[in-house]
Design a protein around this ligand. Structure first.
Ligand SMILES: *Cc1c(COP(=O)(O)O)cnc(C)c1O
Length: 228
């Protein structure tokens, strides 16, 4: 694996896409998705200056987190069971997968108990895929309105995952609608924070950036194809 070359290439592509969209590349956060990647390789990633890492499984995250430097910025990007929230609440910087009311309540309660403020993104399922988690765009605003009132929980924006496809232009509308939804929620709910738009993965991050993403979650383009 040529991690450094891959990272250089990804960073160049991020910059180019941000510039095409008239945006500052420095405003884009790259989260390296390290699911299935062993800690030895994650350490190399740290040596290359990437300190924001994404994991999607609680057990795997809890195995890796203690043996890596303690000042990393961990992003939890997978489906989260309510009974596991307390295990990660004080260890992650951002939960990207707030997708249902009981989870919002569980995060709020766990954060209050741990004495922390949990930052989270509402996951929206723009394409309405049955196999994917996330609120429908129509539900998101009411959900946000209720969730901003929960103690210990700080909403920070939206996350979406586009359907897999060969041509990312086919899912441009997904990113456009998510960006539009974030603007609408910000306009309609006073004081709400909608600063983060987490969208774009290896196959579609350039299109996502063109449509307003400011956080991309990238695994394969950095580490190669996962064997699962
Ligand atoms: C695995 C994963 C990614 C990274 O996907 P790649 O196509 O490997 O870049 C991004 N977001 C989520 C939620 C994931 O589960």
């Amino acid at each position: 694996m040529r991690l450094k070359e891959n990272l250089d290439r990804v960073r160049k592509r991020i910059s180019a896409a941000a510039l095409r969209a008239g945006r500052n590349p420095a405003d884009v956060k790259l989260v390296a998705v390290t699911k299935t990647i062993p800690v030895e390789i994650i350490s190399e990633t740290l040596n290359l200056g990437v300190f924001s890492l994404g994991e999607n499984r609680v057990q795997e995250f809890l195995r890796k987190q203690p043996v890596l430097p303690q000042d990393l910025e961990w992003h939890f990007i997978g489906h989260l069971q309510t009974n596991k929230v307390k295990k990660i609440i004080d260890k992650v910087s951002l939960i990207h997968s707030l997708d249902r009311w009981p989870l919002a309540v569980a995060i709020s309660q766990a954060a209050c108990k741990a004495g922390v403020t949990a930052r989270a993104l509402i996951q929206v399922n723009v394409a309405g895929e049955a196999a994917k988690y996330g609120l429908s765009p129509a539900e998101a605003e009411d959900f946000a309105q209720a969730a901003v009132a929960l103690p210990g929980l700080e909403l920070c924006g939206l996350m979406t995952i586009a359907p897999l496809c060969d041509d990312p232009d086919e899912v441009r509308y997904v990113f456009r609608q998510a960006a539009e939804l974030a603007r609408q929620i910000k306009d309609n709910i006073q004081g709400i924070n909608m600063d983060i738009l987490s969208m774009g993965m290896t196959g579609d991050f350039e299109v996502a950036l063109e449509e307003g993403a400011n956080l991309v979650r990238i695994g394969t383009a950095l580490f190669g194809t996962r064997n699962y």
